[in-house]
Write a protein that binds this ligand. Structure first.
Ligand SMILES: Cc1cc2nc3c(=O)[nH]c(=O)nc-3n(C[C@H](O)[C@H](O)[C@H](O)COP(=O)(O)OP(=O)(O)OC[C@H]3O[C@@H](n4cnc5c(N)ncnc54)[C@H](O)[C@@H]3O)c2cc1C
Length: 390
C-alpha cells in the first residue's frame, strides 16, 4: 500500500461503514471474503503492515521454478477439517496441497545430548500443508477483496458506544495509523483477534465489567508463547539416510523438529529441503539470549541430530511469537498453555458481550477441538457471518 496523500488523509480521518472487522488474520479475512461475495459493505482494519496475523510464510522460487513457502506460523491442517478443505478447493489451491513427509526413523535426543533413532511416533503423519506456505491461502483470499475495503497499519485503540447503550446505537472505533488518528463509525463490529489482545489493548467506553475482562484474559492464545526456527538446505539430505526429519529433544533449544520440505521424494533428491523446530526453551530464557546466538545454538543442535551437513543451512529464519505484541500478551509469556478445554463464556449481563461480535480462532468450539486452530478461525467466522447475515 502507498502512503496517503494529504487529501486521502483528510478523507480517511472519519469514516463510516456498516460493518467493521478488526483483525486481518484468517478469521477476519474469511468474514470479509464472504461479505464481499454477497456485496455487503464493510471495512477490515489490520494493525500490521501485512495480512495473515499468525500466518507467516517465507516464499522462494525453487530450482524447478515453482513457488515454495516455509511457515513460521501455522503449517498443518488435518483430514476432516472440512472448512479448511472447502476453502482450499474454493480458492483453487488443491494442486498445492502436500502431505506431511514422515517416512523413516525419528530421532530422540536425551538431556545429555545422546541421540538415538527409532520409531518414536511424533510425526505429523496424515497432516497436510500448502506447497507455497499457509500465506498462499491469505494471498488467495486477499486477491478477492477490493483494496479499498482493507486498511493496513491501522490499530484499533478504543471503542465507544454512541448515545444510549442500545443495540442499534452505532459504535465509534478510534484507531492509530501511520498518518495519524482515525475514527470509524460502524453499526456492526467484529473483533477477529485473540480475546487477550481485545482485553489488554482496547479501551471500552463505557468500560467492560471486570467479569468480561477476566473471561477474555483467561482465554490463552494458541501458540502465542511459542517460536519457530526454519533452516533451509539445498535438498532434504536426511531422507537418503532413512530419517524422517522428525526429532524430539530433552536438551534443546528446540524441543521438536519436523521436515517441511516442499518435495515428497523419499530419497531427498529434489531441493530445497527444510527442517523446522518449536522451542523447548521458555520465552524468558529465549529473551535472555541474542537472536543470532539462539540461531547458532539451534543449528548446532540440528547438526548433533542430523549430521554435519545440517550445520550449513542456506537460510535460517526465526520468528518468536511470544514477543510480538500483535499476537502475545504478558500472560502468554508466563507459560505455554494447552488449548482451552472450555468454550469462551462471556457474562451475559455485560452489554458489550451482546453488542460486539466476538470472533477469532480462540472463540471456536472447544468440544470440536477447533479452538486455536486454523479450522477454528473459519468456524468462528462462519458463526459471525450467521449473525451478520441472519
Ligand atoms: C507458531 C505457530 C504454529 C501454529 N501451528 C498451527 C498449525 O499447524 N495448524 C493450525 O491449525 N493452527 C496452528 N496455529 C494457530 C493458527 O495460527 C491460528 O489458529 C490462526 O492463525 C488464528 O487466526 P485468527 O485470524 O483467528 O487470529 P490471528 O491470526 O491472530 O489474527 C488476528 C489479527 O488481528 C490483528 N490485530 C491485533 N490487534 C489489533 C488491533 N488492535 N487493531 C487491528 N488489528 C489488530 C493482528 O495483527 C492479526 O493480524 C499456530 C500458531 C502459531 C503461532
Amino acid at each position: 500500500m502507498q502512503a496517503e496523500t494529504p487529501e486521502d488523509a483528510h478523507k480517511n480521518a472519519h469514516l463510516d461503514t456498516e460493518t467493521l472487522i478488526v483483525g486481518g488474520g484468517l478469521c477476519g479475512l474469511h468474514t470479509s471474503f464472504e461479505l464481499g461475495k454477497r456485496g455487503r459493505s464493510h471495512m477490515i482494519v489490520e494493525a500490521r503492515r501485512r495480512l495473515g496475523g499468525r500466518i507467516l510464510s517465507r516464499r522462494l522460487s525453487s530450482p524447478s521454478g515453482q513457488e515454495v513457502g516455509f511457515d513460521l506460523g501455522p503449517a498443518w491442517f488435518w483430514p476432516g477439517q472440512r472448512r479448511m478443505e472447502r476453502l482450499i478447493v474454493e480458492l483453487g489451491l488443491e494442486a498445492d496441497v502436500v502431505k506431511q513427509f514422515g517416512d523413516g526413523d525419528a530421532l530422540f535426543e536425551d538431556a545429555a545430548g545422546q541421540v538415538r533413532r527409532g520409531l518414536f511416533g511424533i510425526a505429523m503423519l496424515g497432516s497436510y500443508r500448502l506447497r507455497g506456505g499457509m500465506a498462499q491461502l491469505i494471498e488467495a483470499l486477499a486477491q478477492t477483496l477490493p483494496s479499498s475495503s482493507i486498511r493496513l497499519g491501522w490499530t484499533a485503540e478504543s471503542i465507544t458506544w454512541q448515545g444510549e447503550m442500545q443495540s442499534e446505537a452505532p459504535l465509534q472505533v478510534t484507531l492509530q495509523s501511520e498518518d495519524g488518528p482515525r475514527i470509524v463509525t460502524c453499526h456492526q463490529l467484529v473483533l477477529a483477534l485473540p480475546p487477550r489482545l481485545a482485553q489488554q489493548r482496547l479501551r471500552f467506553e463505557p468500560p467492560a465489567t471486570p467479569a468480561l475482562a477476566e473471561a477474555l484474559r483467561a482465554t490463552p492464545t494458541w501458540m502465542a508463547g511459542q517460536g519457530k526456527l526454519v533452516a533451509l538446505y539445498e535438498r532434504p539430505f536426511w531422507r537418503s539416510r532413512g530419517l524422517s526429519g522428525d526429532a524430539i529433544s530433552q536438551r534443546g533449544p528446540l524441543g521438536e523438529v519436523h521436515d517441511i520440505s516442499p518435495s515428497m521424494d523419499p530419497e531427498g533428491r529434489n531441493g530445497p529441503g527444510a527442517l523446522f523446530g518449536f522451542f523447548a526453551l521458555p520465552p524468558s530464557q529465549r529473551q535472555a539470549v541474542e537472536k543470532e546466538a539462539l540461531e547458532r545454538a539451534c543449528i548446532a543442535q540440528l547438526a548433533r541430530l542430523f549430521g554435519t551437513e545440517a550445520s550449513q543451512p542456506t537460510q535460517v529464519w526465526l520468528k518468536d511469537w511470544a514477543f510480538d505484541p500483535r499476537t502475545a500478551t504478558d500472560d502468554d509469556r508466563q507459560h505455554m498453555a494447552p488449548h482451552a478445554e472450555h468454550d469462551l463464556m462471556l457474562p451475559e449481563d455485560d452489554p458489550w458481550q451482546q453488542r460486539i461480535l466476538w470472533s477469532g480462532s480462540e472463540t471456536a468450539s472447544a468440544a470440536q477441538r477447533n479452538n486455536g486452530y486454523l479450522e477454528g478461525a473459519l468456524e468462528a467466522s462462519e458463526r459471525t457471518l450467521r449473525r451478520l447475515l441472519g
